[in-house]
Design a protein around this ligand. Structure first.
Ligand SMILES: Cc1cc2nc3c(=O)[nH]c(=O)nc-3n(C[C@H](O)[C@H](O)[C@H](O)COP(=O)(O)O)c2cc1C
Length: 180
């Protein structure tokens, strides 16, 4: 599947089938994450691949998203902001840390779609409890729990119509230049 098709077909999936996903696929997804651009070329994130049933259930609970534990695996992305603090000022590094993680996660979501997999990026999390559960050292921040697997219903993957009226959000040359 080409990039355009992956973008068109990606949508959040919360319920997954029992069909397993190969280890090679998980490795490829994480490989796609680290190819995203990163401010200053500093990729300050790390990944935890989780397949354990109980841990997935806990993560589902701690991210207030029931059912995502039906996913055969989850990727938890964590960031060590101190690595980027050394290069940028406090405000920039705070923003870049989030942006770098978002780009890495989007690569995972799009690559997953290209494999016919469904995914859900969940970021409303109980940080400290998740860190405790996964033995994540204090200096790291959890940026997302990404549940991935084959969707329970095939139709869960497919084209979605654009949710926004492009004529209202795209400006020509200057902001609101095209307003009547
Ligand atoms: C930064 C971010 C945080 C999100 N956090 C949650 C979350 O905590 N719980 C959840 O159910 N979905 C979460 N989502 C998924 C969004 O709800 C979902 O992307 C949105 O409803 C649009 O649907 P779509 O992905 O199918 O286009 C998050 C998405 C993003 C980008």
């Amino acid at each position: 599947m080409d990039v355009q098709s992956a973008i068109e077909n990606r949508k959040t999936v919360f319920r997954f089938s029992e069909k397993d996903v190969s280890e090679e696929t998980v490795v490829n997804l994480i490989g796609s994450a680290v190819k995203a651009p990163a401010a200053g070329g500093i990729r300050e994130y790390e990944f935890i691949a989780v397949t354990d049933k109980d841990t997935k259930a806990q993560l589902s609970k701690l991210s207030s998203t029931p059912n995502i534990d039906s996913a055969p695996f989850m990727i938890v992305l964590v960031c060590d902001k101190s690595k980027i603090d050394a290069v940028f000022d406090e405000e920039e590094s705070g923003v870049f840390c989030v942006e770098n993680a978002a780009l890495a996660i989007e690569n995972i979501l799009l690559t997953a779609t290209s494999y016919g997999l469904g995914s859900a990026w969940v970021a409303t999390l109980q940080q400290e409890s998740i860190k405790k559960l996964l033995n994540i050292p204090g200096k790291y921040a959890v940026r997302g729990v990404i549940a991935i697997g084959y969707p329970e219903k095939e139709e869960a993957i497919g084209k979605i119509s654009s949710p926004l009226d492009m004529s209202k959000i795209v400006h020509i040359e200057k902001f609101n230049n095209n307003a009547e």
